[in-house]
Design a protein around this ligand. Structure first.
Ligand code: GLN
Length: 286
């Protein structure tokens, strides 16, 4: 009977896919016993205490009903940092790392501390990954959600980046109205909500649990991209670069928005899976 609560039995009896069961059980043994994930194998006869067992059952049943792993363990790795995440923010996706890479390449080309604007920062993922990897960069990150900003600020603190990342609440560029904030940047970057209202993806997988306002504009999917791109010229320094993430079928539309906004040197960037995932454009230098 007692063997039923050994790590080995819990894993083999779980209805979850093994990789997910291991992530959640590793989280439990870290919390309760400060044991590393490898203990799932090296100490597989170990029995969980009643409290640890209850936490495991609770996490297992939440995951079986679809709750995202990242929310259950409160953490997600992104680029070279770990972020705290909770239901008030979008879970950072690996394909979004492409925005970070494009920004870092641009920062490297500038021979001075670059100023960066991340619009709709959510957990702070893009802003903080850039600040972490570019120690000279000065980053401004905005969000219209106070809940998201609270999480992003917590992450900035955790990562020791509060000195170089400032946060501002508001709707896209509207967040910059504070007279102490700069209004022109070397690089503007954004992963806005771009899923069209009614898209079936919104009713599938992790997306069901994420804030709708971070996923969809409630319309065609292009309205936030348009708001961000159409005003970019006013908020970029001459020669400055804007890069935005978009949906798998929005590449042409995003390029079109950039052309209409008078941006030059327009480029489409592919993610690791080879999908067009981001578009960048540049404000003409005089
Ligand atoms: N990349 C997310 C997804 O398709 C959507 C995020 C967004 O709308 N910016 O799951």
């Amino acid at each position: 009977m007692s063997t039923n609560t050994s790590l080995r039995s819990l894993l083999s009896d779980s209805a979850l896919p093994q990789n997910e069961a291991k992530i959640l059980l590793a989280f439990v043994i870290d919390k309760h016993y400060q044991l590393p994930r490898s203990a799932l194998l090296s100490r597989d006869e170990m029995e969980l205490s009643p409290e640890a067992l209850e936490q495991w059952r609770n996490l297992e049943s939440k995951r079986l009903s679809g709750e995202p792993i990242a929310y259950l363990v409160g953490k997600r790795g992104f680029h070279e940092i770990d972020l705290y995440v909770a239901p008030g923010v979008l879970i950072p996706r690996p394909e979004t790392e492409i925005l970070v890479e494009v920004a870092l390449r641009e920062i490297q080309k500038l021979n001075r501390p670059a100023t960066i604007l991340d619009l709709g920062t959510g957990s702070g993922a893009i802003a903080l990954a850039i600040a972490h990897s570019a120690p000279q960069a000065l980053v401004t990150a905005t969000d219209q959600s106070p809940e998201a900003l609270a999480i992003a600020k917590m992450n900035a603190k955790q990562l020791g980046l509060v000195d170089r990342v400032q946060f501002s609440e508001g709707d896209w560029y509207g967040a910059l109205e504070d007279e102490y904030l700069s209004t022109q940047f070397d690089v503007i970057i954004s992963n806005p909500p771009y899923i069209a209202a009614g898209d079936r993806h919104l009713t599938e997988g992790d997306l069901r649990f994420e804030p709708a306002s971070a996923l969809t504009d409630g319309g065609s999917g292009l309205s936030c991209l348009e708001a961000i791109i159409s005003q970019a010229e006013h908020h970029l320094k001459p020669g400055g670069l804007i890069t935005v993430e978009h949906g798998f079928d929005q590449s042409d539309a995003t390029v079109h928005l950039m052309k209409r906004a008078n941006l030059q040197d327009i480029q489409v960037h592919q993610d690791l899976a080879g999908h067009s995932r981001a578009v960048s454009g540049r404000k003409l230098a005089p």
